[in-house]
Design a protein. Structure first.
Length: 138
């Protein structure tokens, strides 16, 4: 009979008073969402990917003279390796644009659209003018 009376006491001791939201969250913290786990995996993939920063790449792989500048321009226009610059076609983006890996003497960069490729060509044209190199003639 003692067992039954012990159970009766524990059932009567259950607190049925209303609990505030803050108290409830302290007692039962929310479970981590599945979206956070998926986002963490996405961040890991991007950390191991090739950089897409064209200006930082150009600072590291700066053409030393006019001949190197022309090799880089020819590599970007023809999408084939020229001189110290290597070009690799990596496939298509989700939007259907070509992905190009451009490897210079010190590092690599991924060009993900035609706009970014043309932007790099315009920057090279400005670089030629700033350094006083001769005009480009083919």
């Amino acid at each position: 009979m003692n067992d039954l009376s012990a159970n009766a006491n524990t059932n009567s001791e259950i607190d049925t008073s209303p609990v505030s939201r803050a108290e409830f969250l302290l007692r039962f913290p929310p479970a981590p969402s599945l979206g956070a786990k998926a986002l963490a995996g996405y961040k890991r993939r991007i950390q191991n990917a090739i950089s897409t920063d064209l200006i930082a790449w150009l600072r590291e792989n700066d053409p030393a003279d006019f001949a190197e500048l022309m090799d880089l321009r020819r590599a970007l226009y023809s999408l084939s390796s020229k001189g110290r610059y290597r070009v690799f076609l990596l496939g298509l983006t989700q939007a259907g644009a070509r992905k190009i890996k451009l490897v210079g003497p010190k590092s690599a960069v991924m060009i993900v659209s035609e706009k970014s490729r043309h932007y790099l060509l315009r920057v090279l044209c400005r670089l030629r003018k700033a350094r006083g190199w001769p005009p480009i003639r083919y």
